[in-house]
Unconditional design. Structure first.
Length: 339
């Protein structure tokens, strides 16, 4: 109790005295009002840590007009990708004195979106959005600095953190083709202008590049959840053998897990009865036997870059790039067999 009392008694004047700087300098460092030298900032933050100084959040908000709060909106909490992006963003924001609020839009109705806009429009300084499939969020409603993550919105004037989704599914499909497969199924994805649509485009592009006709019966579109993967794989396996795909591309980790679930239930194995490749790495892909060939994205880094870009906007500066396209890579495992 005594320690907590002493911590509350520490004032900004005490911090300034310990750091050997003016009170106004401490205020500038803690509130991010303008820049000071790295040496001065380090001295101030060391003094804050040594003394255990805690800012009055309400007072800071009144001075700066900012709440030091960021809202992150994700499609759901079940996807490993979203969890990694959240972790990367939160670590970056927390280190800079920001609090992050998180909301999932899964199963949202129209009134839920309205409630989200109304409740958080005044509370958050800025918004991070992980795009859903389909994306039903009205980005223009926020009227706050906003950064999109895992997005493809060239028609909108937003800052985005992306990877080349089309290239990713192209590489997965090409990997199957190079292993002799010609009847290749695609599970998930919606043919629109979103990141999801770019993944469909990557599959179609690879098939065209290698002169392989696309059979509409081997395309099972849908949202990026396990159910889409389960229904799609079950439908493919029910096709006559001469139509049935010998290999499948799952457009994200959850659809891939749905595919794996159906194979396990039927006593089948990826890489034996049917080859499987998926977008995004995940625990089951890494540790199943055999492991699943995937496109791996820099997920935590995408969260950090989204947060960094947003704080740059909140500081009144202009980020270096409107669209930051990060690298992904193909990870080969035993789920793809030669045909």
């Amino acid at each position: 109790m005594e320690r907590e009392k002493n911590r509350r008694d520490v004032t900004i004047k005490d911090v300034a005295k310990r750091a050997g700087v003016a009170i106004s300098t401490v205020s500038r460092v803690l509130n991010g009002l303008d820049k000071v030298s790295e040496k001065t900032e380090r001295k101030v933050r060391e003094a804050v840590a040594e003394l255990g100084y805690v800012q009055n959040a309400l007072a800071v908000s009144m001075v700066t007009g900012q709440t030091k709060t960021v809202l992150m909106v994700v499609p759901d909490f079940t996807n490993d990708f979203n969890g990694s992006v959240i972790q990367g963003a939160e670590e970056y924001l927390k280190a800079r004195g920001y609090t992050m609020l998180i909301s999932s839009t899964r199963d949202f109705k129209e009134e839920d979106f309205e409630d989200l806009y109304r409740r958080f429009s005044g509370l958050a300084d800025g918004i991070l959005v992980v795009q859903g499939s389909p994306d039903r969020l009205d980005h223009a409603r926020w009227e706050k600095p906003l950064v999109l993550i895992d997005a493809y919105r060239p028609q909108e004037d937003h800052y985005t953190i992306e990877i080349d989704n089309e290239k990713g599914t192209f590489l997965l499909t090409e990997e199957l083709i190079r292993n002799g497969h010609r009847r290749i199924g695609l599970i998930g994805g919606i043919s629109d202008g979103s990141a999801s649509g770019r993944r469909v485009a990557g599959y179609l592009s690879a098939m065209e590049r290698y002169g392989i006709p696309v059979d509409g019966r081997l395309m099972a579109p849908g949202s990026h959840f396990e159910e889409t993967g389960s229904l799609g794989m079950a439908a493919f396996l029910s096709l006559p053998e001469y139509i049935r795909p010998t290999a499948v591309v799952a457009v994200n980790n959850l659809t891939c897990i749905g595919c794996m679930k159906v194979l396990a239930e039927r006593g089948m194995r990826a890489g034996r009865e049917i080859s499987l490749a998926g977008f995004d790495d995940h625990l089951l892909a890494r540790y199943s036997v055999p492991g699943v060939t995937v496109i791996r994205r820099p997920t935590m880094e995408m969260g950090r870059e989204g947060a960094r870009t947003l704080l740059t906007l909140l500081s009144g500066e202009t980020p270096e790039r409107k669209r930051l396209i990060m690298e992904s890579r193909l990870i080969r495992r035993g789920s793809v067999a030669k045909k």
